[in-house]
Design a binder for this molecule. Structure first.
Ligand code: GAL
Length: 916
């Protein structure tokens, strides 16, 4: 007995200390609501193959036969396959989890009797999981690889050649103190890929199939107080379920939330603003309060609004207070209270750089008999937004041209396991380029990503589905669309609708229902209606790569979101021989047909390149599809970085800019894609990651970065020369030189000799000297703007590799076990010039309280697993990602070695959070 008490005590202390640092207490009144991060100390087990897995399946899936995974992205989606269910399936126990999000209560699911899986060993408390892998969340089980190589690999190029498919279990023991008895206990999962089913102490408590959804379960009934509890989560991530790398596992945060029986609901506040000006703004607040107690309750609410400072701290005096509300809530019922308040001289939220992303927080307190029983914070921003069909988007009265990019959810070598610093780095590098907007393609991001876009002042299209009823891959979301679309859509909007950065909801991307006339349009209309019910303040759209102005699908939306159709698809002469969708440039036709709607280019470009790789001859036009004679090398699987080459349905940046400038009513666009991502390695299926990014998978800038910067930041003096100037085999051969500059003309010099001055013509975005004969030495460009020197760039022929060099993006990181430093390795010659063709094998070593979690080089063909600390440089560069260790502080030394080269090291420091 005594030993039991001691061990429980020890366990309690352990749980307390392991969660303490992670604990995000919503306020000091932590006895009323605790939101505890429970990411640490999980056990993980994945079956070796699907055949070996248990039979606790959500549903029977169609057989996949002869599926061609190597299809163009714009291939027509097809109808679902009929499946006969002849096995015990668990979905009837899972569907009720979503009832809260089904509006028609008559359609709510009733949980059947019985407890499937209740006697399965993995769900039982006493099961010995000590041999299972010990992991912390967020966790992507597939990212460590190895990569599946070859044409007929088990996982092909489109899903990133990594083992994301399969069935796996996560288990965690949680001690629940006796004094939590009487509280409500919720398990909140921000993202689990996919088909999650949860057992708590052996009871099947619920789950959620869509891998990109954030969801929660009320697990109060299954908890043992004063005792240990076992949470077991089964995931089943289908093969052939995605057109990109989905990752696998519980890849976002998981929380345990404890509240009183009378409490503010999950995502239970909704803030909107109206009549916004510099002088004042009206803030509307809705609060949803649930009485899950056995008695009626008379409650009072008090909500105050505070401005947040640059550090995100509340500014002391409240900016406004809502009138206190007193009301009775019948037991078992939910009420919604709603009120508005005027804020004088609001600090407006607007996108950088011209505006500031000021934020507020609404603090809602709930009282019964004068006693605080709940406390809830809602961050929000005050902004006005106008969608003007002729002029574009105005925020707080100022026009904001959308200079956006699309992002997938993986974080390169870190996979899909969410890491806030890695996401922040993505945004920082995009910001440097002049990007001001993100379309999260084609699914909601981690909640923390939207905290970043709010804080950093990016605009967001928040998107939820890539498919509806018709499928793009055999086992994608279409399998669950009929039963889950409403729950997914409502839960998504309720989660994200307080974020000022979110300006548009997108309910679909290039869905097959574009092709099915009125039938498809009626599904579109249904989704639009649901979205409007959840948030009537933002426009709703779906991205269209096929629907034309006169098709029923196009009519439905508040905003016309075009993928590639604005520039035309397979339309220019260089593309005319290609098969597939062919479309004339359609901006004007849509504008004429829908004069009251804003037009946006939700995807444009789909240009391709391999960083630092240049192939000859260089195409003399401005945009061409990749082939072995235009920009491609199908042997080495490289695409030339002259930045003229595209996917079959794409257009180069130059062509996109020209089309946007010729159609100034278009509000702007989102490039496909901002960063390279895992999977979809068009045009070389045998690679592992994409070529679409302006920034490569490791975070290194391709030349295109500077082309966008020159266009998006016209007032920022810059010039950039390509290619590199190391061509020993090209002496005397024509080697075109292109320059990207925010200036309007430039003069190029080779070894001090002028090669002439060139000026940009109308709708020209690069300066090109296409007939330069290569000789080693120095290329220099001097750019001018309005006749004055504006910027310059120099490229030199380097000598042989001689030494290594390391730089860290951050030299001080937090000792929280999550923070990262991105260590950039360059191979230099003896004079300190980068050797732009160097590919030496590098070995990274580390000493001190940090670990190298992954390395990369941005080469889509590199099949060495990401966790390796050995990596070949690619075109002069490599990356090592260093993560701090939890609660261990001190200096971390990273060393890079390569045979025959002078090694390099760098010291960074990991600091405890309260350390100065
Ligand atoms: C689009 C699609 C994107 C991506 C892109 C590039 O058609 O919406 O998800 O596939 O093409 O291939």
């Amino acid at each position: 007995m005594i030993t039991k008490i001691i061990s429980q005590l020890l366990l309690a202390i352990f749980i307390f200390s392991s969660t303490y640092s992670q604990q995000l207490l919503v306020n000091s009144a932590n006895d009323v609501r605790q939101k505890i991060l429970i990411n640490n100390g999980w056990r993980f087990y994945k079956y070796e193959s699907l055949e070996n897995a248990d039979s606790l399946i959500y549903d029977v899936r169609p057989d996949v036969k002869n599926y061609d995974d190597n299809k163009p992205a714009d291939a027509m989606p097809t109808e679902p396959q009929v499946v006969n269910v002849n096995k015990m399936v668990l979905k009837l126990w899972i569907l009720p989890t979503g009832n809260e999000f089904i509006k028609d209560t008559a359609k709510h699911y009733k949980k059947p009797a019985g407890n499937p899986g209740g006697d399965f060993p993995f769900v039982l408390k006493d099961y010995d999981d000590s041999l299972w892998e010990k992991i912390n969340l967020p966790h992507d089980w597939a990212i460590k690889g190895p990569f599946f190589e070859g044409k007929d690999a088990e996982v092909g190029g489109s899903m990133g050649r990594l083992p994301s498919h399969g069935v796996a279990w996560y288990r965690k023991k949680i001690f629940m103190p006796e004094n939590d008895r009487g509280k409500k206990i919720f398990l909140e999962v921000d993202g689990a890929m996919s088909y999650a089913m949860v057992w708590v102490n052996g009871h099947l408590a619920g789950g959620w199939p869509y891998g990109y959804a954030s969801w929660y379960l009320d697990i109060t009934h299954y908890i043992n107080y004063g005792d240990e509890n076992i949470i077991a989560i089964r995931l089943d991530n289908p093969p052939n379920s995605s057109r990109w790398y989905p990752g696998g596992g519980i890849y976002r945060n998981v929380w345990l939330t404890k509240t009183n029986p009378v409490h503010i609901n999950h995502c239970g506040t909704y803030i909107t603003t109206r009549n916004v000006s510099k002088l004042s703004a009206t803030v509307n607040l809705k609060v949803i309060i649930k009485n899950d107690s056995n008695n009626n309750a008379t409650i009072a609410t008090v909500t105050k609004i505070y401005a947040l400072d640059d550090k995100g701290e509340k500014i002391r005096n409240a900016a406004a207070s809502f009138k206190p509300v007193k009301l009775e809530i019948t037991k078992g019922k939910t009420v919604e209270i709603s009120d508005s308040v005027l804020i004088k001289k609001p600090k407006l939220w607007g996108p950088l750089p011209a505006q500031k992303p000021n934020l507020y927080v609404a603090v809602t307190e709930l009282y019964v008999d004068g006693k605080l029983i709940d406390y809830y914070e809602t961050k929000f921003g005050i902004r006005s937004i106008e969608f003007n069909p002729d002029k574009g988007i105005f925020i707080n009265g100022k026009k904001v041209k959308i200079n956006g990019v699309n992002l997938h959810h993986d974080l390169g070598a870190l996979g899909t396991a969410f890491n806030k610093r890695a996401a922040e780095r993505q945004l920082e590098i995009l910001r440097e380029m002049g990007c001001n907007a993100i379309r999260f393609a084609h699914n909601p991001p981690a909640p923390e990503f939207l905290e970043l876009t709010d804080k950093m002042g990016f605009l967001v299209i928040d998107e939820i589905f890539d498919v509806w009823e018709r499928k793009k891959t055999p086992l994608d979301f279409h399998l669950i669309f009929p039963e889950w679309h409403e729950q997914d859509l409502r839960a998504f909007i309720r989660r994200d609708r307080n974020h000022p950065s979110v300006i548009i909801w997108s309910v679909g991307n290039e869905v097959g229902e574009q092709y099915t006339g009125e039938q498809g349009a009626s599904i579109a209309q249904r989704l639009l209606n649901i979205a409007k019910e959840e948030d009537s303040t933002r426009p709703i759209t779906a991205a269209m790569n096929y629907a034309k102005p006169d098709m029923p699908f196009s009519k439905v939306w508040d905003i016309i979101s075009l993928n590639y159709q604005g520039e035309g698809i397979r339309n220019a002469p260089a593309y005319s021989h290609l098969k597939g969708i062919k479309t004339e440039p359609l901006y004007l036709a849509f504008h004429k047909k829908f004069p009251d709607k804003v037009i946006l280019s939700s995807e444009n470009a789909a240009a391709l390149s391999t960083r630092g790789t240049y192939l000859f001859p260089v195409y003399d036009g401005i945009s061409a599809p990749v082939s072995d004679s235009t920009g491609g090398d199908s042997q080495k699987k490289y695409v030339s970085a002259y930045e003229l080459y595209t996917a079959d349905f794409g257009s180069s940046a130059d062509k996109v800019f020209a089309t946007l400038d010729q159609n100034p009513f278009v509000a702007g666009g989102f490039v496909w894609s901002g960063w390279d991502y895992l999977g979809e390695p068009t045009p070389y299926y045998e690679s592992r990651s994409s070529y679409f990014g302006i920034i490569d998978l490791a975070g290194f800038k391709k030349d295109r970065f500077y082309l966008y910067q020159s266009y998006w930041k016209p007032d920022f003096p810059m010039a950039h020369i390509l290619p590199h100037w190391n061509w020993p085999e090209r002496i005397g051969k024509v080697t075109p030189v292109h320059v990207f500059t925010s200036g309007d003309e430039a003069e190029l010099f080779l070894n001090g000799k002028s090669l002439g001055k060139k000026k940009k013509g109308q709708y020209e975005y690069r300066l090109r000297w296409d007939d330069i004969k290569y000789e080693p030495g120095e290329l220099k460009v001097i750019a001018y703007k309005n006749g004055k020197v504006w910027a310059q760039d120099v490229v030199r022929t380097s000598l042989e590799p001689a030494q290594l060099n390391l730089e860290a993006d951050r030299k001080i990181i937090k000792a929280d076990g999550e923070d990262l430093s991105f260590i950039i390795l360059k191979i230099l010659d003896k004079n300190g010039n980068v050797v732009p063709t160097a590919s030496n094998e590098i070995k990274f070593e580390i000493e001190g309280p940090g670990e190298i979690v992954a390395t990369d080089n941005g080469n889509p063909t590199d099949m060495r697993p990401f966790p390796s600390n050995v990596r070949n440089a690619f075109n002069g560069y490599a990356l090592a990602i260093v993560r701090s260790k939890y609660n261990e502080h001190g200096k971390i030394k990273i060393t890079a070695k390569a045979e025959g080269l002078k090694e390099a090291n760098i010291i960074i420091e990991s600091k405890l959070m309260n350390q100065k």
